[in-house]
Structures are given as structure tokens and as C-alpha cells.
Design a protein around this ligand. Sequence first.
Ligand SMILES: [Zn+2]
Length: 344
Amino acid sequence: MSDGEDPQQQAEREALALAADAGIHRLAIPTPFMVGRVNAYLIEDSPLTLVDSGPNSAKALDELEQALAAHGHTVEDIELLVITHQHMDHFGLASILARRSGAEVAALDRLGPFLSSYGHQTDLEDRFAERLMLRHGIPPEIVTALRAVSAGFRAWGSAVEVTRPLADGELLQLRDHELRVLHRPGHSPSDTVFLDERRSIMLAADHLIAHISSNPLISRPLDAGDEYDGPRPQALITYMASLEKTRAMELALVLPGHGQPITDHVALIDERFRLHQRRAEKMLRLIASEPRTAHEIAQELWGNVAVTQAFLTLSEVLGHVDMLLRDELVVEEEREGVVSFRAV
Ligand SMILES: [Zn+2]
């Protein structure tokens, strides 16, 4: 142990060293978002591979170039760019990197159309979110304010063509790494993890993060048409089913999209399951005391959150209410287009 290092820091340093021995290097790229830096991973292999890119900003590009240079590479050297999911902190720079390097761009097959029409998809996503917020009791002025926030954030993403669509379960073969492509939806509909089967190392992006629970954000289904007005996707329930699959795997190391490597994924996933169970119970108590909208539940739990957090907290509440609906502990009642939840 080096000076001033606690056991956890030592474990993290050792985990990153283990990944580096496997030719997988973490490049932590700055983002303007609350989550802080995003982890891209450089896989030194043939093709030279970069998993995720960071957001579309000069600062992110600059730091990415420095991080690549520290490993003796330039952007132009990248031969394969892999995108883990549809969030802009992960793929925003991809189009610039692909243009400069000529790299192939690989992503889950169902994510391709979203990425190539990113601007339009964001419009659809915003409209979907607005309808959902109004339906669940968020005041119209907050919804309007959030529209401006979303428009301001949009430029951190950028449309990119996927040239190498990947099927769920397929093997992405590099010279020295065989990466199993696994669709693990929940945090977003397109979450894809990449398992280096020989070394039992999983590149997990936002499917599992050590220091924060991955918010299962409610999002339009990937294959929804433009006019989609179907049932709201149950992001948290989908997410927990994906976590079950990951929990059942033998993994030496999980390399997440934010923060530090994870060496005991089973313990972490169990902690997440307990957390969601506790939150669902807390919400059940609130609903049992009187019927409430999702917005009222969010206010009860977190007070008046910042406008930018309104959709996040709504997703959080609806995710847990979905558990209660599934277990038939609450029912949904609609009046004049606004839904409240009542305990059974
Ligand atoms: Zn994400």
C-alpha cells in the first residue's frame, strides 16, 4: 500500500492494474453533467478499440486526446469505436472521432436508428417525457422550463452512423479479446455490456456503478414509432431483471461507465435490490396515508427539487410504484388526465 492510501483506494488501484494487464485502460473524460466524469475504455488490441467517447465538447475531446497520448495513441489510430448506450455523455464525441479516424462504429443493432437520427429522437423523447410529466402531476410551468433545459443540453450529443450493428449475444472478436455482446436494458433501453469471457471482465457502462445507483430513466422503447403513445415502459423492473442476469455471472471485474471498478458485483447488486425494496416500501407508506400523484410522492421524499431533476425523480418514483403495482399493493386512478396511486 502506498502512503495515504486506504484499503478501498488500494483495491481500486489494483483493479485498474488488473484491467491494464488485460490491455484495457480507463480514460476518465469530463462531462458537464452532475454525474461527473465518464469512463471511456481503450482496448489495446487489433483493431485498436475505444469503448464510449465522452460528450461532444472541446474539453472532452482535448482530455481524450491527452489520455490517448498517455498510452501512445492518437484519435486517428482508433479503428473501432464501441457505443454502450444512448446517453450523450457516452457517445457525444463518436461522430467526430469516427470522422477523424475512419473507425468502424459498433453498437447494439436496435440502437443504430436512434444514433443516426439523434436530433429527431431527442425531440420525440422530449415530447414523450412531457406527456408523462403532465400525466403524473408535474406542473406545466416546470414541464416548460425543462424543455428549455433539454434544448440546452442537446449539443452534448451528436448523430453518428453505426457501421457495425451488433446482435445481442454475438461475439465481438478482436485479435486478443473476445467480447460477448449482452443487452442489459433498464438504465436506458439500449444498455449493452461487453464481457471479455476469457478474463471474466465486464465493461458495464451505466448498468452497474459502484458509488451511485444507476437511475433507470423512463425512455421511449427503441422500436417505438414516432407517434408512440403506448404504456409507459417499466424501467426499474426491466433494470432489476437485467441485474439478476448479471448477478448470476462469475465476474472477476466490472468496469463501469462512471467511477471506480467493481470487484464484488454480487454484493453490490444485492445492495441495490435492498435499496429498491426499501424505497418501494417507503412509497407504499406514503400512498397508504393518502392517494398521491407521482409528483406529490417525489415532493414528499425530496422536497422541491431543481427543475433539471424533475424527470429524474419522476422516473425514480414511477419505477418503484411499478414494483407496487406489480405486487398489487397499489392501483392507478386517473382523473382529468392526471394519475394518482391508491393503496389497495
Ligand atoms: Zn447512461
